[in-house]
Design a protein around this ligand. Sequence first.
Ligand SMILES: NC(=O)c1ccc[n+]([C@@H]2O[C@H](COP(=O)([O-])OP(=O)(O)OC[C@H]3O[C@@H](n4cnc5c(N)ncnc54)[C@H](OP(=O)(O)O)[C@@H]3O)[C@@H](O)[C@H]2O)c1
Length: 313
Amino acid sequence: MVTATSTALEVVHGVDLTGKVCVVTGASAGLGRESARALAKTGAHVILAARNRSALAETEAWIRDEVPAAVTSTVQLDLTSLADVNSAAAAIGMIAPAIHVLMNNAGVMFTPFGRTADGFEMQFGTNHLGHFELTRLLVPQLVAAAGARIVNLSSDGHRLSDVDLDDPNWQHREYDKFAAYGASKTANVLHAVELDRRLRDQGVRAYAVHPGVVATSLARHMSRDDFTALTEFVPSDPGQERIDVRRDFAMPDHGAATQVWAAVSDDLADVGSVYLADCRIRDDVAPYAVDSDHALRLWDVSEGLCAGASAAH
Ligand SMILES: NC(=O)c1ccc[n+]([C@@H]2O[C@H](COP(=O)([O-])OP(=O)(O)OC[C@H]3O[C@@H](n4cnc5c(N)ncnc54)[C@H](OP(=O)(O)O)[C@@H]3O)[C@@H](O)[C@H]2O)c1
């Protein structure tokens, strides 16, 4: 039985996805790497996407060591460039005419101010817009699967901020790295909400996931003061003990459980547009992150930004 303390490998115990295809972004490290290994264990063909070729090759070798029968491919993907996202989507399409699981997992957190190749703020551009465009380009393959799931990695950090649709790329405000991460993770939930609304009739369901606080290289931009500030900020459910991000963290094999559960669980067969954590549906998501009108407006803004950037190429 799957519980809040299951590992990703325990979640896939007895699951057979032979003949199916799973795409995992950010598969070269942390939660993506663990998820890719667990999905490979199901017999699925797992396409590992990330920007660093040698890290991808190393991950593929690690998965083959752990799962000798694994069927894997690698695709280079840099979410900070829509031209690159386009090439990666084309490469994935060449490998797989149908995609059963798209795990939009790659991400950066609390980066110093920066812009992507297309001029987007780095966290919004990488975490949301890159995945928005990748997903849009892969819709034909997702629909062709006749039963597909899109799993967007969000975070309880979405509570740090709503996404400001009048200034999503921080052109008119002083940059705040915490709020920018929060906005990008809010966008990940809103994206799942609107994807599910648009695609459910074609057999595609979408989910947003909080993996917990997990020891990975995601925290590479955090100072000691940032850890303290975050611990003070992190709101908890009333009656729950406050989480101390300096102390209360999981390892990646446990952290990847919920996103893998989102990808494979029969419990979610007729469900979508939900926020998941601890291998269950959670209802303590910020209202602005699941507001359907807001989700539609973010979709329109994202489409406009990506189309504008592509036209400029
Ligand atoms: N760890 C946590 O506590 C936690 C909590 C809540 C939510 N999350 C979410 O979980 C997801 C995975 O995070 P993680 O903890 O596994 O982080 P991680 O260990 O830093 O791994 C992130 C992955 O994303 C890739 N990536 C980063 N920028 C990219 C880009 N521009 N193009 C393509 N790939 C890129 C990284 O590749 P490179 O090595 O090339 O950078 C790496 O493979 C993120 O979306 C994060 O927001 C994590």
